[in-house]
Design a protein around this ligand. Structure first.
Ligand code: FES
Length: 108
């Protein structure tokens, strides 16, 4: 089983309808995992460079759909399908999509 240089953890936590915190799944994150995997595969990155994984709650619920990129240790917030290509491109090189960063490396 190969390890990857980078990982994208996509929160797919789902809370009951009407929960005050909402959840990433409620905002469409399950579909984003599929799109992200497709985007990485299309770029030839999925096998040994970047792995997209689903995750439980990253405690960034207020930021919209949250994705953690490691080892850069940044959390993207409010991610939509329109952001998937930019995230895949950045993860391929170890860069970060600055406009999506909700919590950066070293922030509490
Ligand atoms: S539900 Fe996704 S970060 Fe909390």
């Amino acid at each position: 089983m190969p390890t990857r240089q980078r990982y994208l953890f996509v929160c797919i936590n789902r809370r009951p309808d009407g929960h005050p915190k909402g959840s990433c799944a409620e905002k469409g994150s399950e579909a984003l995992v599929v799109l992200l995997k497709e985007a990485l595969a299309k770029r030839g990155l999925a096998k040994d460079v970047v792995r997209a994984c689903s995750s439980s709650c990253l405690d960034m619920c207020e930021a919209g759909v949250a994705i953690l990129q490691e080892p850069q240790h940044v959390v993207y917030g409010g991610v939509t399908a329109e952001d998937v290509d930019a995230i895949a491109d950045a993860a391929g090189t170890g860069a970060v999509v600055d406009r999506l960063v909700a919590r950066g490396a070293g922030e509490a």
